[in-house]
Unconditional design. Structure first.
Lengths: 452, 70
């Protein structure tokens, strides 16, 4: 097996995703090496790895984001490859280059592809050139408020303001008028400075795009193979969002016709071809459900949090495919999605305002029955700390159709016991009883309407 | 006199006032960070910052005293 050359595999991440990657790495007969911060020493992923290396304090800048420490852990354990998971260093091209320069295999796309897609302005221009539809917006970085105001005038309000780098919805907001824009611009500029290390005073790169009201967020999973082919593995609907961050995802999307799905999958393949993409990636789009049309939003050059819904409907193991592609294999993947999958992100946050609720887990009991998959990062006795994102677990259900998946979702959400940290399971119960969600006729404004 | 306390476990990301500053209802005293989210802590009173109990980089627990406004 070509993949034998990848072990030991160092997993440069934590929590549920580290645990999930370890599972596949071990199943493939490879050694799994974890790294962990002081705050995470008791988490299951540390114990489940074949070997685990402490890399510093809780503050991510001094541990999971510290390239030198992660590389040193790889060196001392003799790791032959690095899987970055999502977040942290996953879309850091310099880290990918450092891994390659150290003689290891980077389980992800080429650093050049990360660079080209990491800058949202560049990505947008590249996609437009490749014939992928994009929303009206700025083609050059907007570096001060007067430029932003002028751009908004030509695009037309409402506009979406976001940072050119970074992701995860941080720094994104909608402006309805000039006054709103100055606030949104300031917020995006501050976020850009904070999360990318840029200087807010020197004008961080911000972009403006026409905002589509009542849009659905639908993304296409692609896989780039060493032989040059790009395969689309179906879509995920991620329109249940709070603060522009996903809470629930499902596949197939209940909001697109087969004809639109076909166009989106073809566009995603073109997007991958335009950057010579290798491995698992996601082309995020906004869909205007009424017009049954879509525009490119951004491309994520990594495994997504919500990849399990694709795995459930295709029967594929995306981490295994990532490893095989990284080892130089071009597996013959012919996805034939069937059934319906839904993922609920179980966050440590209060279910009303969605404010962080870290704390010690007193009780933790995961549902376990046919059609349920739980990817969790914690167990009873662990403490959910304020240093990392609030994702505790992903509760995924699979049914023969959407109605069946919803029914299994209700049963699974009701059976999941978390005592200690505040959590959003009560929100999931509410959602599963919400008419818009139940009919499938919802958009990214759903959660805000539920809380209005 | 009004006490401003932390609503959750968090890191103190920014401290925007000093002891002796005059503040009014709605002013941001400090910005906390928890789980990658910025949480501004506001005063609901007009007055002077009599005590400021946190510094940037501190980790504070739910219920910890942040400031006293007089």
């Amino acid at each position: 097996m070509l993949t034998d050359s990848l072990g030991p595999v160092l997993i440069a991440n934590r929590g549920e995703i580290a645990r999930r990657i370890i599972r596949t790495v071990k199943r493939m007969g490879l050694r799994a090496v974890a790294v962990y911060s002081e705050a995470d020493a008791d988490l299951p992923f540390v114990r489940e790895a074949d070997e685990a290396v402490p890399i510093g304090p809780a503050n991510p800048a001094q541990s999971y984001l510290d390239v030198a420490k992660v590389l040193e852990a790889a060196r001392v354990t003799g790791a032959k490859s690095v899987h970055p998971g999502y977040g942290f260093l996953a879309e850091n091209a310099a880290f990918a280059r450092a891994v390659i320069d150290a003689g290891m295999v980077w389980i992800g796309p080429a650093p050049e592809a990360i660079d080209r897609m990491g800058d949202k302005i560049n990505a947008r221009n590249l996609m437009e050139a490749a014939g992928v539809p994009v929303a009206a917006g700025t083609r050059e970085p907007v570096t001060d408020l007067s430029l932003a105001l002028r751009a908004a005038e030509s695009i037309g309000y409402p506009v979406m303001v976001k940072t050119a780098g970074g992701g995860g919805g941080i720094g994104m907001s909608v402006a309805l008028d000039d006054e709103g824009l100055s606030k949104a611009y300031e917020q995006a500029a501050r976020a850009a400075a904070r999360f990318t290390g840029g200087d807010a005073l020197e004008g961080p790169a911000v972009l403006l795009e026409r905002y589509i009201e009542r849009a659905r967020h639908v993304e296409v999973q692609i896989l780039g193979l060493p032989d040059g082919r790009i395969v689309a593995l179906g879509e995920r609907d991620c329109s249940v969002q709070r603060r522009h961050q996903k809470v629930v995802e499902e596949s197939p999307s209940p909001g697109i016709t087969p004809e639109l799905r076909e166009r989106m999958l073809a566009a995603a393949v073109r997007a991958g071809e335009a950057v010579g993409y290798l491995g698992a990636g996601t082309v995020e789009c906004l869909v205007d459900a009424d017009k049954q049309d879509f525009v490119f939003l951004e491309m994520n050059t990594r495994l997504q949090v919500e990849h399990p819904v694709t795995e459930l409907v295709t029967g594929l193991d995306l981490v295994e495919l990532q490893l095989r592609v990284a080892a130089g294999e071009s597996p013959d993947v012919r996805p034939e999605p069937r059934g319906h999958a839904i993922e609920f992100r179980v966050y440590a946050e209060d279910p009303k305002r969605f404010f962080p609720g870290p704390g010690k887990i007193m009780e933790w009991d995961e549902p376990s029955f046919d059609g349920v998959r739980v990817d969790s990062g914690y167990e009873a006795g662990n403490t959910v700390t304020p240093f990392y994102d609030p994702l505790m677990a992903k509760l995924c259900v699979y049914g023969e159709d959407r109605a069946d998946a919803l029914e299994k979702g209700r049963k699974a959400v009701g059976a999941f016991v978390v005592v200690g940290p505040k959590n959003n399971l009560p929100f999931c119960v509410e959602l599963l009883d919400n008419a818009e969600f139940v009919t499938g006729d919802y958009d990214t404004g759903l959660v805000a309407r539920m809380r209005a | 006199m009004a006490e401003v306390r932390a609503e959750m476990v968090a890191n103190v990301w920014k401290v925007l006032v000093s002891e002796g500053d005059t503040v009014s209802d709605g002013d941001t005293l400090v910005i906390l960070e928890s789980m990658k989210m910025e949480i501004p802590v506001l005063t609901e009173d007009d007055g002077v910052v009599a005590q400021l109990k946190v510094a940037e980089g501190d980790v504070i627990q739910e219920g910890d005293l942040i400031a006293v406004i007089e």
